[in-house]
Design a protein around this ligand. Structure first.
Ligand code: SAH
Length: 338
């Protein structure tokens, strides 16, 4: 079976070349609106024919949790019964969808729940597109765009699913579809350096985020296995190349973990690491996932950011949304699997 949302609009037109031209547009619209066959106005006979070969809606809402702050967390069921998460964040400046790129993750970061059961498989381009479509439709009219930003910060390592993610970028920014501005898309990586270089050369105007989470290689290795493959300097060099290519500010994510990465020296080293780069530091309070790592208090996080600002580092504390509904990466799915 093929998934129709894996195809770009022009691919769809050639793949359905034996049908009248307007059918491709009709099917493309159905994909964007998150519809399944029975919700379209396609003729019954055509539906029967297409159904034998193609899946129209590969993603379905399995469960929704709504936080007191309006954040909605979704468990989505894929056509093969795998489960992924997606988050819809209500914000004053436009809503944000947090998208997963894999079922699970194999990167092994200690603080992250997504990786607890390893990586089951990549999401296809169409599954990622349909995730956006289904969640969009659940938050307003299905033929309007009910969000402005997308962050690829859900479960999975997007650069470990590089080709599908790049094609998804092409589809999500397509004028015929969601037409999301590149500037409103962020992709977060734990730092697959070779892929950062490859991606930089594509000249997308998107915001690249790096999960840094430590200021020395030694500490980073204790919480992020990727640090054994690429050191911080190699990673920074790749980011520098990204900034040169695209003139976009990069974002560092820095999840504060008590007694691991929250010292005075960390503040000074963060200044040193970021000084030659057009960048911003996003400090995050750890959402403990049951392991040995402990969170700092909110007040300690505020003080950490204040110190950074004082010595000239552009940094903010990320507002924590949806923590009452297993808000952090992979937590809801991990709970579901248990
Ligand atoms: N694999 C990619 C994208 C997924 S994780 C990457 O590593 O960047 C994206 C972000 O989720 C991390 O940088 C971290 O900021 C956040 N995150 C994951 N687990 C968390 C936790 N337990 N508490 C707080 N933030 C977490």
């Amino acid at each position: 079976m093929k998934i129709l949302s894996d195809f770009s609009f022009s691919e769809l037109k050639s793949c359905l070349a034996n049908l009248p031209q307007f059918r491709a547009k009709q099917i493309f619209d159905a994909i964007i609106q998150g519809k399944d066959y029975n919700e379209t106005t396609l003729p019954k006979s055509l539906i029967e024919q297409l159904k034998n070969e193609y899946i129209l809606k590969p993603v379905e809402i399995y469960k929704t949790l709504t936080s007191k702050d309006g954040t909605k967390k979704y468990l989505l069921k894929l056509f093969d019964n795998n489960i992924v998460e997606c988050v819809f964040l209500k914000q004053n400046y436009g809503n944000t969808i947090c998208l997963s790129s894999q079922v699970g993750c194999k990167m092994g970061c200690k603080f992250c729940a997504s990786t607890l059961n390893g990586c089951v498989r990549n999401l296809s381009t169409g599954e990622m597109l349909s995730t956006i479509a289904v969640v969009n439709a659940d938050n307003g009219k299905c033929n309007e765009r009910n969000f402005s930003n997308i962050v690829v910060m859900g479960s999975g390592e997007p650069f470990d699913n590089y080709e599908n993610v790049v094609k998804w970028l092409e589809l999500i920014t397509d004028k015929n579809g969601f037409n999301v501005s590149e500037r409103n898309i962020s992709i977060s990586t734990c730092g697959l350096v070779d892929k950062i270089y490859e991606f930089a050369k594509l000249n997308y105007n998107i915001t690249l985020c790096l999960s840094l989470h430590a200021t020395t290689d030694e500490t980073r290795k204790t919480i992020m296995p990727i640090a054994n493959r690429y050191n911080i300097q190699q990673t920074l060099d790749a980011l520098k190349f990204y900034v040169e290519q695209n003139n976009r500010r990069v974002v560092f994510e820095y999840c504060l973990i008590k007694d691991v990465n929250n010292s005075k020296q960390d503040i000074l080293r963060l200044k040193d690491l970021t000084k030659d780069l057009k960048c911003h530091v996003n400090v995050i309070c750890l959402n403990p996932n049951g392991g040995s790592l402990k969170a700092t208090t909110r007040a300690e996080a505020v003080a950490f950011v204040k110190e950074l600002n004082k010595i000239g580092v552009s940094a903010t504390l990320r507002r924590s949304q949806g923590s009452d509904i297993e808000g952090a990466c992979g937590m809801l799915r991990a709970k579901h699997l248990n």
